[in-house]
Design a protein around this ligand. Structure first.
Ligand code: SAH
Ligand code: SF4
Length: 381
């Protein structure tokens, strides 16, 4: 049966106020309810002890606390990365990843309780599948189904905020990266509403600088972000220094070629004075030659940016392989010599298929027979 109840996570403060007012409830109930939703992280209306029973009953009957149901979860061997697959009301699935970074890298045997984790980052999805269709990406290869709603995006974050709260962290999450399944700028408005939910002091109240959004190069979205005068971080998936190769690796390049993309990037830096990140997944023999490294350096010369080199996470179908480490270093050296700062992304949870769309693909292929933790908890209801 299709869900007719209102997903409370779909409502911003103004919309929630409208709902509460239409029920002839006093406006201060909005603050109380939002506190339960986003601070106390309640997953049950009965926990909302300062709301009168009549209101709780009506909320139970007419609304939901999110519409995601956990169907599978996986932990990395070191316990630091955790991946969840959620099912939505229409049966579609999306995945979300929690990545914990230790204070002192290389000390996984940390015995403090909860473990001394410096950063707890959620990587969330914005679409079921992705229409961009990058050939090295599991999500892109799986095809596109639909955009997520605001409530479905926010519920992914709340799920892991609850996990970390239960683990004993006072500030459950420190960072959010919009880098899971989907192209976040295809539906800029929904992504922006999600960013507002994360930063709104009445909801998650997180600093905008703790949030990063990654785009495959939707130039329109970059300009829309500029208009918002926001402090969120922007990452652009570059992956190739020329249009011919980028047309293949990141097919949205056919719509927004590199010249247009770079113009938008310059406009972004000029308007925000913020440093851009470029993601570059190194693929053996495809985009990793010294000449291509020099091409990247030329393309990015004079721009306030840094390049995040990512070891490719080979997917089940694609022919692309990871660049050997020696060539990664050579690529990095060329960029650094050209005064372009680089980082080499730490491989988080690669053994649990934490790459974009990979858990979902596994589950689909094996029809849930994988060694997933059978967690029965649902998010919200
Ligand atoms: N659609 C957006 C955000 C989600 S993908 C984008 O493309 O930017 C997040 C990042 O993971 C992108 O840089 C993407 O290119 C990269 N990625 C996708 N599949 C990958 C794989 N198999 N190995 C390494 N990086 C991958
Ligand atoms: Fe979509 Fe990003 Fe995957 Fe490309 S890399 S298919 S844009 S999710």
């Amino acid at each position: 049966m299709t869900e007719k109840r209102i997903d409370l996570l779909n409502l911003d403060t103004h919309e929630l106020t409208g709902l509460i007012a239409s029920w002839n409830e006093p406006v201060y109930r909005v603050r109380q309810l939002q506190r339960w939703l986003y601070r106390e992280l309640a997953d049950d209306f009965d926990a909302m002890s300062n709301l009168p029973t009549t209101l709780r009953t009506r909320l139970k009957e007419e609304t939901t606390l999110g519409s995601l149901r956990l169907v599978a979860a996986q932990n990395s061997a070191d316990g630091l990365t955790r991946k969840a697959l959620f099912q939505m009301a229409d049966g579609q699935t999306v995945e979300t990843v929690l990545m914990r970074y230790l204070d002192a890298p290389g000390s996984p045997e940390d015995s403090s309780d909860p473990p001394n984790v410096a950063r707890r980052t959620v990587c969330l999805s914005t679409q079921v599948g992705c229409p961009v269709g990058c050939p090295f990406c599991e999500t892109g290869q799986a095809g596109y189904i639909r955009n997520l709603t605001l409530g479905e995006i926010v519920a992914q974050v709340l799920y892991f905020a609850r996990v970390e709260k239960r683990a004993g962290y006072e500030m459950p999450l420190t960072n959010i990266v919009i880098m899971g399944m989907g192209e976040p700028f295809m539906k800029f408005n929904v992504t922006w509403r999600a960013i507002e939910a994360f930063t709104d002091p009445a909801r998650l109240g997180m600093g905008a600088r703790r949030i990063t959004v990654s785009t495959s190069g939707y130039v329109d979205g970059i300009y829309q972000l500029i208009q918002k005068h926001s402090q969120v971080n922007l990452a652009v998936s570059l992956h190739a220094p020329d249009d011919k190769l980028r047309d293949v690796l990141v097919p949205v390049n056919r719509k927004y070629p590199l010249r247009e993309l770079m113009n938008a990037c310059h406009a972004y830096v000029q308007a925000t004075h913020r440093r851009l990140t470029f993601e570059y997944a190194l693929m053996d023999g495809i985009n990793d030659s010294p000449q291509q490294a020099r091409g990247v350096a030329e393309l990015l010369a004079g721009l306030l940016c840094h390049v995040n080199l990512i070891p490719l996470n080979p997917t089940s179908e694609s022919p692309y392989q990871r660049t050997p480490y020696a060539r990664v270093q050579e690529f990095q050296r060329i960029l650094n010599n050209a005064k372009i700062p680089t980082t080499l992304r730490v491989e988080k949870g690669i053994e649990i298929a934490a790459g974009c769309g990979q858990l979902r693909q596994k589950i689909t292929q094996h029809n849930s027979q994988m060694a997933a933790l059978p967690l029965a908890t649902s998010v919200g209801q």
